[in-house]
Design a binder for this molecule. Structure first.
Ligand code: 9WO
Length: 246
């Protein structure tokens, strides 16, 4: 049973020092429309609300020295324990920390996360969070790519965009999702629209031929050629999966 099949909506709870960054760009996408329509829920929790001193500090200098500041384990765990106590256990199940050290987000992980009842996302700032909070609360780390950002928020927005569009009903046309080359492990084929000639470049004739089977075959061949040239890693995996499918 999933949240969706029980008629509850998939929920994201985001712990951050910058709640005003959400939904941000997601409000301008299909995900934003789906949020308005109640297909998923977004809640932000300001980690600073769990600071206990009069300066509301959430960070401190790293033990062992070094630059910058580290988010305190007690403050972060306090915020996390508070939000999980208010969530149904299954919704509170999976807690992810956005970090370049984590499991790389790909379409398979996005599908897996869309199949949960919801997620709790933790966005770090400074030079990171005290390791004991991650260890002590069994927090999973997820990366959106091999680069360093100034905080986990933009990574959380990327993750949510990838996951929410996979929720039932978010993309009206389920066939559109299936059709995506990436769903089959290929890069997208090239697209064309009017005008038919632009700066001397013509639209490939097959696309205006009206032969639907030829169009399908041409697009598949284009997607395969692009994948083989640009992403040998995806190409190898695709060859193995199409061989095993026969
Ligand atoms: C900065 C830094 C400076 C000196 C010594 C060690 C240091 N570590 C970091 C660091 O990792 N900063 C992170 C910034 C802390 C957590 C939030 N930040 C973050 C998340 N940057 N990049 C991500 C991220 C998340 C998911 N996928 C890709 C990148």
């Amino acid at each position: 049973m999933t949240a969706q099949s029980r008629g509850e909506s998939w929920s994201a709870t985001v712990l951050t020092l910058f709640p005003e960054m959400f939904p941000g760009p997601l409000g301008h996408s299909l995900a934003g429309k789906a949020l308005k329509n109640g297909l998923w829920r977004l809640e932000t929790v300001d980690i600073r609300d769990f600071a206990r001193d009069k300066h509301r500090s959430v960070d401190d200098a790293p033990f062992g020295g070094g630059p910058g500041m580290v988010m305190r384990a007690d403050i972060l765990a306090g915020a996390l324990d508070h939000v999980r106590s208010g969530l149904a256990p299954r919704v509170a199940g999976r807690v992810l920390y956005l970090s370049p050290r984590g499991r790389r987000l790909d379409q398979a992980l996005a599908r897996e996360l869309a199949g949960q009842d919801g997620l709790v996302l933790i966005c770090g700032r400074f030079e990171g969070v005290d390791q004991r909070a991650l260890t002590g609360r069994g927090i999973e780390e997820v990366s959106v790519g091999d680069y360093v950002l100034s905080g986990g928020e933009t990574a959380a927005l990327v993750l949510l965009d990838a996951v929410v569009r996979l929720l039932p009903g978010v993309i009206g046309d389920a066939a559109a999702l299936e059709e995506e080359s990436f769903a089959q492990g290929l890069l997208e084929y090239p697209q064309f629209t009017r005008p038919q000639i632009w700066e001397g470049q013509e639209v490939p004739a097959v696309l205006t031929s009206g032969h639907h089977e030829k169009i399908r075959a041409w697009r598949l061949a284009q997607a395969e050629a692009l994948t083989r040239e640009r992403r040998p890693d995806l190409w190898e995996r695709y060859l193995r999966s199409t061989k095993s499918r026969g």
